[in-house]
Design a protein around this ligand. Sequence first.
Ligand SMILES: Nc1ncnc2c1ncn2[C@@H]1O[C@H](COP(=O)(O)OP(=O)(O)OP(=O)(O)O)[C@@H](O)[C@H]1O
Ligand SMILES: [Mg+2]
Length: 502
Amino acid sequence: MLLQLKSVQKHFGGVVALRAGNLDVSTGEVHLLMGENGAGKSTLMKIVAGMLERDSGEMLWQGRSVKFRSPAEAASQGIAMVHQESMLAPHLSVAENIFLGREPRLPLGWVNRRAMMQRAQSIIEEHHFPLQAAWRVDKLSPAGKQMVEICRAIQQGSSLLIFDEPTSSLSDAETQEVFRIVSTLRARNVGVIYITHRLEELRMIGDRVTVLRDGETVHSGPLADLSINDIIRHMVGREFTSIYTRAALPPGEELLRVQHLTRQPLLKDISFSLRAGEIVGLAGLIGAGRTELCRALFGLDAIHHGVVTVSGRDVRIRSPRDAVRAGLALIPEDRQRAGLATALPISYNFTMASLNHVSRFGFLNHAAERSIAADYTARLRIRASSGKQLAGRLSGGNQQKVAIAKWLVGRARIFLFDEPTRGIDVGAKAEVFEMMDELARGGAAILMVSSEMSELLEVADRILVMRQGRLSGEFIGHCTQEQIMRCAAFESSPATTEEQAG
Ligand SMILES: Nc1ncnc2c1ncn2[C@@H]1O[C@H](COP(=O)(O)OP(=O)(O)OP(=O)(O)O)[C@@H](O)[C@H]1O
Ligand SMILES: [Mg+2]
């Protein structure tokens, strides 16, 4: 037995995050930790990794009762964690982050930068991650940061590795690499705790599963005994059968037309259009340019060439302000940096994109703000103590829900959703899709970027595919994951791909 947690409790002010966290993990086991957004998964794992101290309860590490006071203390005992929200030092390089606090040294104690760079690069290459050791971390996408966190945790050579949603922003190829890493660790007798909301991942990697609900362990046992539905039932505490299906609408007028959009160096000659009532998926591998396309359309990056037309009128979008005026909304992938005011209350976050709804004669109507906050908190089942809670203090998935709700309050007609369900639990996912459907039925057009192919197939009326900055295909009606993958992954001439692979 590696780790045992018994009745662990933790509260933050008035919020009880954990009532009775129970969990045990043995060596060479992959233990899944499941639960809805806000159930207490990250809190429990942060206690194990020394980032938080428990209020009460017991933690046994290799049979000994312990209480870690810092991540360094947990690390010295052999516990490492891949965090849900990036804990990296943004202004340092990838290599420096991988080795932070344990840099290779020269005889007089100086950091051996050459060795550090080389070792970091070789870890990166061993796992085929698209990173360079010298890159600065603040320039990376959420996926890039996740890969750095993974390299860092592996480098520590620990006996217990905690993965808190390691694949939430990774695409298929990188996700497969994470699975490979996990099975290598298991074969080396390392214990692994793995948190995910992607239910289709479970069977591929887990041995046992523990489910938390409202801060309490409600189930623990072998995975083989459970169906996905059993797990969901434990998570939400009731029967749950929302397999989402969307009845397509007859498409309406054309709301957005993009012609020959080009932005150096990545985006090349992109043309497509969105009609009212449509949900259009945008598939592609990491780095294909999907986020860049959304950013350019929303005025965050300059468009170098091409024409954007909204409802038949040419528009020049040079800033997000222009974009909002033209009726666009962007729900960005990186919610911490761009989607949320994490230091401000939830209620303010809901209304900040649409202040005119809650103000009259230039004054903010707090009652209106509160009622909007209460309404969306209930609809999206956001777990918060009140509208006054700071957005940055919500669990990861609940932050994402606030970032989405913020735009639903407003008057936009063209929605760009960049990985909207990243880190969101099953129940809330269905809720988000229903809201998108509602928007579409109300006459909006939606472009939805997602790395989860199954999700695109479920929700989108048509799917555009990007590859290396260009649109490489479009699927209307029935198609398979494989077809989309092929369109997203392969060069037009197979020879080049083989050359690269070799
Ligand atoms: N620093 C904090 N201050 C106040 N409340 C907090 C803090 N950290 C977590 N909480 C609260 O504790 C509860 C559990 O949060 P936690 O992050 O453990 O959830 P989770 O199961 O990891 O959810 P998710 O799937 O969304 O990541 C939530 O209600 C959250 O709002
Ligand atoms: Mg979490």
